[in-house]
Design a binder for this molecule. Sequence first.
Ligand code: CMC
Length: 432
Amino acid sequence: MNNKTVTLNFSDGRPSIELPVLDSTMGNPVIDIRALASQGIYTLDAGFTATASCESGISFIDGDQGLLSHRGYSIEDLAYKADFLEVCYLLIYGELPTLEQKSVFVDSIRHHSMLHDQINNVFRGFRRDAHPMALMIGVTGAMAAFYPEAQDVFDPKIRDLAAHRLLAKVPTVTAWAHKYNKGEPFVYPQHSMGYAENFLHMMHATPCEKYEVNPVLARALDRIFILHADHEQNASTSTVRLAGSTGATPFACIAAGMASLWGPLHGGANEAVLKMLEEIGDVSNIPEIIKRAKDKTNPFRLMGFGHRIYKNFDPRAKVIRETAHEVLNELDMNDDPLFRVAMELERIALEDEYFIEKKLYPNVDFYSGIVFRALGIPPSMFTPMFALARTAGWVAQWAEMLSEPTIKIGRPRQRYIGPQLREFVPIDKRGS
Ligand code: CMC
């Protein structure tokens, strides 16, 4: 039993407060400040840089060691030895499935992959050129109307069903957002296909000709889904938890997570990498771009390099780099000019003193856009791809929170810095 404490001493003569320090199973201990509120003391930590918003047993990151694990399994082990649906099961239920558990789970996800027929009309309410994230947020939120029983979020069976529905239907919503943008007919999910295989089929098949999914590409995409499945309490996951803490329907909570992911500081970086590579255009322009990235007077940054938490390397980047090579080999695209620019940029940056000294390594987004492009997925769909995969983490974190007996609505405090109470002045008495 840990009895560590920390004492807060105040310079204004109030009595000091002793707070417990809680150990974590991995990572830093946390000071339990819950008793502070009853003493009329709040803490200020905009951006939550030092504040744990919850206790969670799902994923863990050690940025200095370049470690990401889910339920204790390293991301490398999961990426190479499991498939995405096994990882979903692990995230939600805490253990890897047995053969039998996996078969029941996969069957359930397949069974729920079709969208209600009325959902077609929801798509049709959008402009053809709507950003696919707008479509995804709208359609996922609208699903709440089709499954009203999901509102009963304190029933574990109902939560389970909603989690399965979301995992099953979000790929269909994602692919249909793309089809809607293209003006092509929606392609229905195929129960006989694997998760990533079915997704590629819904993205690229048309009613006019048979579309065979390349198994190497399906496996590569499945691995990318694993790499993006969960990542501790990031902005979108925290958004899902905050919305979920009110008891809102899971379809609204996941739509809220998607909205949070949409921002360029979160899910939008992979699109920015591709834009940057296209702008560079040729390896001969790389020295100039590196010079710009190092110039203190220029706000330009090398997109796809650096990470807030991983200061050694991003373990997901190592795996996805290998996957990018596999995909480009399979498609005979090694001489693709954009890929050559990417590989040369990576080589030069990794040898450059500035990037070494600041610990700026390629992150997962540096490679994911390259793979998505090779898979025929347009840049506007990169964030939706991320949302599809992260739905696994979102539903697991949402379900974990709701299963806690002590769940509390998320309600942060603030440090008020506005005017003090003052007299109301009638409009005809206010100065100009
Ligand atoms: N290119 C050039 N210089 C950089 C870069 C970069 N990509 N990233 C950081 N730096 C410099 C920065 O100028 C600063 O220099 P100085 O100390 O001289 O002021 C130093 O490195 C530290 O930067 P920071 O902004 O304090 O670092 P941060 O941890 O707050 O930012 C980051 C992390 C990811 C926002 C940043 O590295 C960045 O903007 N990278 C490019 C965008 C990108 O690839 N984003 C995707 C991140 S992965 C997404 C995910 O995991 O979901």
